[in-house]
Design a protein around this ligand. Sequence first.
Ligand code: AHG
Ligand code: MN
Ligand code: MN
Length: 336
Amino acid sequence: MITKPKFMTLERFIREQEESFPKATGEFTAVLFGMTLAAKLVWREVSKAGLVNILGTTEQINFTGDILKKLDLFADETLYKTMYYSGHLCAMASEESKGLIQIPDKYIGGKYVLIYDPLDGSSNIDANITIGTIFSMFKRVTDSGHGTLEDCLQPGYRQVAAGYIIYGTSTMFVYTTGQGVHGFTLDPSVGEFLLSHENIRIPQRGKTYSVNEGNFNLWDDRIKKYIQYLKEINGKPDHPHSLRYIGTMVGDIHRTLLYGGIFMYPADKKNPNGKLRLMYECNPMAFVVEQAGGKASNGFQRILDIKPTSLHQQIPIFIGSPVNVTLCEEFLSGKR
Ligand code: AHG
Ligand code: MN
Ligand code: MN
């Protein structure tokens, strides 16, 4: 009997998935391959972050003669440098750039748009806490030439791929192309991402909620009531739920995906439209979570159905196990 290969690399997995589409041209696969290289390059730098004070800080020359960049700028530049010349993209957009990132004329004409948050959780870098990278891909809607805003500002349900890289106790690449969610763990000794979590399914419900509760007094009454409910059983103070909050969306959602529960960043008095960005953060994470059997909402509407109006648009987000997110929506609409 032929058994499954023990070591399935990310690249082989992507290629095998492509082979199930007879019409595939390989372009989409090439963009995903580019992302795996970018992930390794960023990981290499992330793993040195703690050495920055020894090797030299930003603006200083390190021992190899390079100027050390801040990690988020490094990640941003790395993604650009890995992806711009592929010939398969017509435009890119980064959380770190105000407008659309144009592809140089020489490489223009690709079918896809790549949108990314190069470093998620940047406030956690210096404390050696989990950080991430998030990406999202759309097929262009214009015919040819340089990509336009119209190519980027498509609702999330039109994403053709999305995923994240989590730089935690180990580094993982988790992605979906609409055929389930698959996770690969980096084996640093061989520099390969190996399949470790095939077809991830989020638990239907979970006992963990994840939110910056320091904002409690800035929330409206409905969200306060929901959070209060999570701390009580039948009106009595108890401990039915646990609170976990890293402050890195990638880390908080990755945990939610595996253990169940809910992650949220509601609107508040400081951020009346929410804080997290639709294009760079919410859409890709919503695609992943839905593909794993979960739910992602802005409180009233499915995130993937929102028609974006600008690249840096912010929205409230409630995402995770379907039972938890539905209950939260009931509180937000006043049904409870
Ligand atoms: P980024 O580092 O890309 O700017 O994103 C940070 C985000 C997100 O990762 C996290 O969930 C949230 O900001 C944390 O915000 P608070 O510090 O307000 O809780
Ligand atoms: Mn972010
Ligand atoms: Mn960021």
